[in-house]
Design a protein around this ligand. Sequence first.
Ligand code: TNX
Length: 481
Amino acid sequence: MNDITVVPVPARVEPAPGVTFVLPADGVIRSDSASAGAFLAGALRPATGFALPVVADHPAPAIELRLVASGADEGYELDVDAGSVVVRARTTAGLFYGVQTLLQLLPSSVDAATVQDGPWTVPGGRIRDEPRFAYRGAMLDVSRHFFGPEVVLRFVDELSRYKINFLHLHLSDDQGWRIAIESWPELARSGGATQVGGGAGGCFSQAEYARIVAHAAERHVTIVPEIDLPGHTNAALHAYPQLNADGTAPPAYTGVDVGFSTLTVGREATYTFVQDVLREVAALTPGPYLHIGGDEAQSTSTEDYLAFMDRVQPMVTALGKTVVGWHQIGPARREPGRIAQYWGHKPEPDEDLLAAIAQGDRILLSPADRVYLDMKYTVDTPIGLDWAGHITTRTAYDWDPAALLPGDADVAGVEAPLWTETVATAADIHLLTFPRLPAIAEVAWSPQAARDWAAFRVRLAAHGPRWTLRGVGFHPDPEVF
Ligand code: TNX
């Protein structure tokens, strides 16, 4: 295990020099979790061509997934000797992460979709691993450009390989509404019919959203839906004239400006609308969080903003969910457990962030100059923005989440947002996401003391061939490859 290329790097690795496990063609997987066993077998069968039956009981299994009584929430132990591989974890999430590590210990050809030559070797030794942060997230903006369920499912597959456990979907913005709401059907029909540049847009049906939630859950990824309020609401205002103070719907918006739209804080219709939307979205979402945006409400007065949030945040709590908002929500009276998502990029402390910290919010770190996946890598990147600077893979990797905020901040974790003003295709998503997202996954998962750029870039480079086998394009960052 000396030269293993696992990303994120495990907390502890003890190599057993000279010891190698070779997966036998007639190997059996014994698993205490049917889902974890099936997932592992499903990942191994295409490239190995082996049958790899999954059973609950076997005297000499090649690979064993064992649920045990102790261990961290998402932690696991992986023991590899000449005769067997054993993963031990207290939770099925832990088993899943052990399985992801095991897949990365096998030759990269294991990621091929068709049968390849072995031998299917795993270096001997022991790994003991657990995450640094409980929240390890990515965000996809499906509003500026719409991406259908298949693209999102593939995105989830890739995230989960790097032990990312939350996918935040930015489901509404000025340019498009992306989740069908049965009580307000024009949101999907008319609010969803546009996107940046004037394309046809689209909108998830509730069944499609539920399919994304279920597919993600199988990979231990929790969906965090965002309905951005009270700004970023032109698509809703366009769909429903009665949400507008003068009763007139604004035209659809296909540009990339921000800050021009707002719900009308003094109108009752606004709260009927918000309540209905949050109720339906909460009912479709098994995860604990409902993200209500709150950013860039530049057309809402401060007084109106606070009044709006005073009314809307308790709705989220009453629906049994925990409020998440962009850090501008900081001055608004908090609900229990609230998370404020920090997306600043300036060295000086942000007043809204400080208000959130002072109220005791948990802080989710999305510093725009480190983890905004929509920033260009360099001036030559063909798509992307640059308002927070250029972000090379090294910039995304080389920082410590504990050192970013004042010492009393309660850091929930790290999330990398991909805004899609300039992102129109799955290939565009891949270009901006790889290799930066795996770098950020390591920031969120691995202990700071186990991380170091020089070693990381070597491990990361080994993933290029795997992405190619899986049909994932990536930026060939010259500092890595
Ligand atoms: C800021 S980050 C925004 C988004 C844009 C993004 C582009 C945040 C909460 N708001 O509306 O898409 O910049 O990088």
